[in-house]
Design a protein around this ligand. Structure first.
Ligand code: SF4
Length: 304
């Protein structure tokens, strides 16, 4: 970080957070003062007063909305709440679920451009309401995902997100809710792998302040991928075969015997390696335990 900011500042700065913050303030303030247009998102918009609401912890939102001549706010249409009374509820649950605060450090309410006699504010204010597939989902299976406040609580508790981090998702919105939002905005094809990046432990649903049932929708999304034949043919074949196998006790017992026989050439050091065909993709990067010498049923019979 020190190197990055030093390069922009044109002088060697110490790797001290306070020094770097002070330098960033000086450098950025100049940019804000010179900018013709400031573009922000919006956390909410209040229908009965026409107020746009920005929630930040850094204060940069206030610089963008007040210094440039024009302010453009871009917002998904699901962010509209009916009244100020509703807004108060959402502001409280957003801050509490995102950072554990009672209220974010900066909650900015914008009611329009600068009025005569006012010192701050833009000359023009434009609000862009984005649909981007949202209205198509109002009666669709992912409807509940539109309730999302983007507090990020489900990301922090997700065991998958905590291991792989946000960039691994490859889209704007990461984490369990991100998979659903990506499917909604970009189509099911975009999440054909991500739909499986969940253990379905339910931690996301438990922590969500608006109780979005993410695990249920992820299971439905997987079903949809199968119905729409978006999942690769090999994957559909394997899961189809597994379904038939697991629903027939006789077929299951036979498969265990066959598996023990067929795996012999591939068992090395107590694990399966270098499997043929598409199974090889699995063993190329991961360990796969061999089929046990005896099934539970066989051992149970012996014990009794
Ligand atoms: S799904 Fe719920 S927990 Fe996750 S970001 Fe949205 S509101 Fe927060």
């Amino acid at each position: 970080m020190a190197e990055l900011i030093s390069a922009v500042a044109g002088e060697r700065l110490a790797a001290d957070p306070e020094v770097l913050t002070a330098a960033a303030r000086v450098l950025l303030r100049e940019k804000f003062l010179q900018a013709d247009m400031g573009i922000t998102g919006a956390n909410f918009a209040v229908a009965d007063t026409g107020t746009i609401v920005l929630v930040t912890n850094e204060g940069n939102g206030r610089m963008v909305t007040s210094l440039p001549r024009i302010h453009v706010a871009v917002m998904g249409l699901e962010k509209v709440v009916p009244s100020m009374t509703d807004l108060m509820v959402f502001l409280a649950i957003l801050a509490r679920s995102a950072t554990g605060q009672k209220l974010s450090s900066y909650t900015t309410l914008v009611r329009g451009p600068r009025q005569p006699g006012e010192l701050d504010g833009p000359e023009e204010l434009h609000l862009v309401l984005m649909d981007g597939g949202r209205s198509r989902q109002i009666a669709g299976p992912l409807r509940e995902a539109l309730y999302c406040l983007r507090c990020g609580a489900c990301l922090n508790v997700c065991p998958v997100y905590r291991q792989i981090g946000g960039h691994a998702y490859g889209h704007t919105y990461p984490g369990p809710i991100g998979i659903l939002l990506t499917a909604m905005l970009k189509g099911n094809e975009a999440v054909k792998d991500l739909a499986h990046a969940s253990s379905l432990c339910g931690a996301c649903k438990d922590v969500c302040p608006v109780r979005i049932d993410i695990p249920r929708m992820l299971v439905e999304l997987r079903e949809k991928l199968d119905e729409e034949r978006i999942a690769p043919a090999s994957e559909r074949f394997v899961f189809g075969a597994l379904r038939r196998l697991l629903s027939s006790p006789a077929a299951y017992a036979l498969s265990a015997k066959l598996g023990r026989l067929l795996q012999r050439p591939f068992v090395r050091d107590g694990k399966l390696s270098r499997l043929p065909l598409f199974f090889g993709k699995w063993t190329a990067t991961r360990d796969l335990p061999p089929v046990a010498g005896k099934t539970f049923r066989e051992r149970w019979k012996e014990l009794r």
